[in-house]
Design a protein around this ligand. Sequence first.
Ligand code: 5GP
Length: 186
Amino acid sequence: MYDGDISSVLVTEEQVREKTAELAQQVAGDYADLVRDGRESDLVLIGVLKGAVMFMTDFARALPIPAQLEFMAVSSYGSSTSSSGVVRILKDLDRDIAGRHVLIVEDIIDSGLTLNWLLGNLQTRSPASLEVVTLLRKPDAVKVDVPVRYVGFDIPNEFVVGYGLDYAERYRDLPYIGTLDPSVYA
Ligand code: 5GP
């Protein structure tokens, strides 16, 4: 599939699976006491569409505590490969998160601008707590320091695709994360 388009595999399917299980165990341990008694105290996972969809569903299944799944879609005003920090909500949450323990599930943190905006926005809705889990982070690309409690992999500052991440809406369906061959951009 996508023969020749991927120049190298950065994170294999197996590594994604292992890391997801590890993060889920860590989160479950940290939240076990907070979310133990009933529906209203279930952890709320907020996945950011579309990139986080694969990680969100695998993470939720690996998580051994009850969690409710919510999705938001945001778009950053910027070029297709860099973000501006000015964000527009394309799809908002379906429910109130006031008083709830909320965990944002992100695919990748690049400049951090989108997440920084999202944290500010969700904080105004008075959740009981608000934390972030991200599968990938590019430490060398960070423009704003966002507090991210759970990080899967720190990766080099390169454009990656796969496991939810796209280039022009393609490659989201790859089960691993890789870099694109320059011929694809040409
Ligand atoms: P940030 O605001 O942190 O710069 O960027 C956040 C969003 O930009 C991510 O949620 C993702 O949609 C997109 N993005 C950032 N880096 C990459 C990348 O390497 N590959 C892909 N496909 N999308 C990226």
